[in-house]
Design a protein around this ligand. Structure first.
Ligand code: LP5
Ligand code: MN
Length: 242
């Protein structure tokens, strides 16, 4: 039976040996059985620019993804808040297609909206301010014009900022805002939605405006590797621990 897999928030980094092992096992042994793999953002711990492709670690990841694409599993990438600087060089290295956020998909006859999920966290005003700044093309061009080593230093500093900012934010501020979810679903005629970012793996049923919509939240891979498996038979979790 044909099926598609959805993952997000792997936060792959050279020092995260366990996650890398799980990821490579998933890409080599599980994903090739799927007709499509959708990575909905934050594949990497951070992405400093496509000129960082040549490290042994990044090569290993892109080679694995390239092999997967060549083995007839279509590969789709969405940007996350950590790796929004992924660009065409990366897509070519792994034969992937970027999806805009949000993206409406016909998933085995069921309209499904895909998003990383960070835009739904509208109560996190400091993050939304930061996001609107760094998503500007002019800001990105200026940032990318700096040497790679300088960019990595700045990212390290912003990661420290982010960790400390999160300590003073409540868990509800860092979750999706339900009105934002409903507004998005309404705009797209009430599809099913799949997103990540909050790391709160789960399945929610939303009832509003006489509609019922499923919301599937992908989990991160630091706590428990997971994928969402979708086919004509429905949607279910696939646990990936080894
Ligand atoms: O990522 P995570 O899980 O820690 O927290 C996120 C939000 N934080 C971020 C920041 C990223 O972690 C940083 C890595 C990005 C690398 C990209 C490369 C280019 C950027 C380089 C910048 C110099 O996304 C966090 C959310 C949390 O998710 C939950 O949703 O709360 O948001 C923040 O932490 C934002 C802070 O509240 C405010 C940020 C302070 C910014 C300081 C000014 C720096 C100005 C530099 C550029 C405009
Ligand atoms: Mn994220």
């Amino acid at each position: 039976m044909k099926f598609s897999l959805f993952i997000s928030d792997l936060h792959l980094r050279a020092t995260g040996r366990k996650t890398i092992r799980l990821f490579r096992d998933f890409i080599q042994n599980t994903a090739p059985h799927a007709e499509a793999l959708y990575i909905l953002g934050d594949l990497f711990e951070y992405w400093a620019g496509d000129d960082d492709l040549e490290t042994v670690f990044h090569r290993q990841i892109t080679d694995d993804l390239w092999q997967l694409s060549k083995s007839n599993t279509r590969l789709f990438l969405m940007h996350g808040n950590r790796d929004f600087l992924m660009s065409q060089g990366l897509a070519e290295a792994c034969e992937a297609t970027f999806l805009p956020d949000p993206f409406l998909l016909d998933l085995y006859g069921r309209p499904t909206l895909l998003t990383h999920g960070d835009t739904l966290c509208t109560d996190d005003l400091a993050y939304q301010d930061f996001r609107s700044q760094v998503r500007q093309a002019s800001w990105q061009a200026q940032f990318l014009a700096q040497p790679l080593a300088v960019r990595k230093k700045q990212i390290a500093a912003i990661r420290v900022e982010s960790q400390s900012a999160k300590k003073s934010k409540s868990t509800s501020i860092m979750d999706v805002n339900l009105q934002a979810v409903h507004k998005l679903l309404e705009k797209h005629q009430y599809p099913q939605i799949i997103h990540g970012h909050t790391h709160r793996q789960g399945h929610h049923l939303h009832h509003f405006n006489d509609h019922s919509c499923d919301r599937w939240v992908l989990g991160d891979w630091d706590s428990r590797a997971n994928a969402l498996r979708c086919s004509t038979e429905g949607v279910d979790w696939q646990s990936l621990s080894n």
